[in-house]
Every structure is written in C-alpha cells, then in structure tokens.
Design a protein around this ligand. Structure first.
Ligand SMILES: Nc1ncnc2c1ncn2[C@@H]1O[C@H](COP(=O)(O)OP(=O)(O)OP(=O)(O)O)[C@@H](O)[C@H]1O
Ligand SMILES: [Mg+2]
Length: 258
C-alpha cells in the first residue's frame, strides 16, 4: 500500500464499559505502509482499540474505517471481505489448541472455500518457511512448541491470506530477549518483502524501536502523544516518560540514557 492511501482511520472514538470510559475521543490515521506502535499501560484499552479497528466491537461514539470503509455499515460478507485483507496476531498467540500447526495455518485458507488441498499444502509450507519454522513443525500440536515457535506459528497463520494490514498484539510478550530479537528479525524481513501496513501493540520498547516508525501512546482514554519515535520520546507526559526513559525498561539510545 502506498502512503497516500489510508489503512485505518478512527474519528472521535468513545468506548464505555459500564461507567468506565476506556476511550474518550480518539482520532488516528494510519497511512498505507506505516509501521505504528500502540503503547499504553495495562488496561488502557489497546486491545479494545484493535478490536474497534477490525470492526469486531462497536464504540459508543465515533467512526472506524478500514481501507476507507466503515465496517458497521456493511453486510457481514462485505465486512469479512475487508477483514480478509488483514492479518491478526491476537494477544497470547491464540492458536487453536486442538488443531495441529498445519491445520491452524490452513484454517483461514480453507475458510475462503476457493483453494484445493494441494494448493493449501503449498501455501502452508511457504508460510512456515517465511517465519523460519521447519515444515515438519506442521504435524505438531501447539503444546509441543516453545513460546517463540508458537508466536511464529501464529504469525504464519496471520500471514496466510497475504494481508495488506497486519495487527500484532504483544507479539514479543513472554519471549526471552533472544527469541524476541529473532521475532523482530522475522517481521522486519517480511515487511521488507511484503510491504504491509502494521499496527503493533507492545510493551517492549526495544522491539518497538527496531520495528516501528511511528508511536501512538494511549493514556487516560486519549492519545497523549503520536508521531515519530524520536519526537514522542521527548514528550513530558508521565506515562511516556516512564515508558521510554524509566521503569524496568533498559533506556534506548537518545532516550535520556545515563
Ligand atoms: N468486553 C468487555 N467488557 C467489559 N470490559 C471490558 C471488555 N473488554 C475490555 N474491557 C475492559 O476495558 C479495559 C481495557 O481493556 P484492554 O484489553 O483493551 O486493555 P489493554 O490496554 O489491551 O491491556 P493489556 O496491556 O493488559 O493487554 C480493561 O479494564 C478491560 O477490563
Ligand atoms: Mg491487551
């Protein structure tokens, strides 16, 4: 996608759960090809915002558009056709535990109801190689894989339909630093080859720095900072300051390292 197109557009998003407003008027545009990191404290509403972007949840107020279309106004089939242009890696990996890795990756391909099993087999094998998993991994069950392999298998499934837009929710959480670095390498290489737009939720400041070109920070229901990383790092908002320059994260270069 080129940068003149808009992959995601949120306008005035307001989301209440009971008497708690999780989003209080969020505006955000993600141009084609951008790699955006969405950060914020636990419970700040990041996963909920991804669900709104995908039209899986309707906000109380505001509009969400994917590829220029307001999903709420479309038929179920038209919504699905737009969602098929997106790959999603849900928080926690979200593989089906009762399907082996092959069948997990084949699932979105089979749901298209347009491909024969030989073609599906070729595509599954290709996706496994893309995320640096041996094709023999296909016959294993999710519980037989390490955490890093589960993440890569889930990424292979998210890539099954060759998405223009990839949503990653905490893709490196629970991985040791080396596995996280490997995962970042895989995504960077895939982005170089496939040029998808990416929206990634993360707490991992290093993955963010290595993977994304823009950051949006969600705090108190609002985007309190949004822009290129070097600019956002300079924000004096307390959450931004803590996230990039304090707390448990090792400071990144240019982020006030002692
Ligand atoms: N379907 C729902 N019904 C009621 N409350 C919900 C629902 N979905 C989310 N919430 C609440 O909204 C808030 C934001 O949740 P969300 O999962 O978006 O946070 P998050 O920023 O992704 O957090 P984390 O970093 O821990 O994953 C939480 O307080 C959560 O309990
Ligand atoms: Mg979440």
């Amino acid at each position: 996608m080129n940068r003149n197109t808009t992959a995601v557009e949120l306008a005035g998003i307001w989301t209440d759960f009971g008497d708690r407003a999780v989003h209080r008027g969020i505006d955000l545009r993600v141009p084609g090809g951008q790699k955006l990191a969405l950060v914020g404290g636990s419970g700040s509403g990041k996963t909920t915002l991804l669900r709104i972007m995908l039209g899986l949840l309707a906000p109380q107020q505001g509009t969400a558009r994917l590829f220029g279309r307001e999903l709420e106004t479309l038929s179920d089939d038209d919504q699905q056709a737009i969602r098929n242009r997106c790959g999603v890696l849900f928080q926690g990996g979200a593989l089906f535990t009762d399907l082996n890795i092959y069948d997990n990756i084949a699932l979105p391909l089979r749901e298209l109801d347009a491909l024969d099993e030989d073609t599906i087999a070729e595509l599954v094998c290709m996706k496994l190689l893309m995320v640096r998993l041996d094709e023999r991994v296909g016959s294993l069950m999710p519980f037989e894989l390490s955490g890093g392999m589960v993440k890569r298998a889930a990424l292979a499934r998210a890539l099954a339909l060759e998405p223009e837009l990839l949503f990653l929710d905490e893709p490196t959480s629970g991985l040791d630093p080396l596995a996280a670095e490997n995962f970042v390498d895989v995504i960077n290489r895939l982005h170089r080859d496939l040029r998808f737009t990416m929206v990634m939720v993360t707490h991992d400041v290093h993955s963010l720095h290595d993977l994304c070109d823009q950051v949006a920070v969600l705090a108190d229901g609002e985007l309190v900072a949004h822009g290129p990383i070097d600019q956002v790092i300079e924000s004096e908002h307390s959450f931004v300051h803590h996230f990039f320059r304090g707390g448990r994260s090792r400071p990144i270069s240019g982020a006030g390292a002692p």
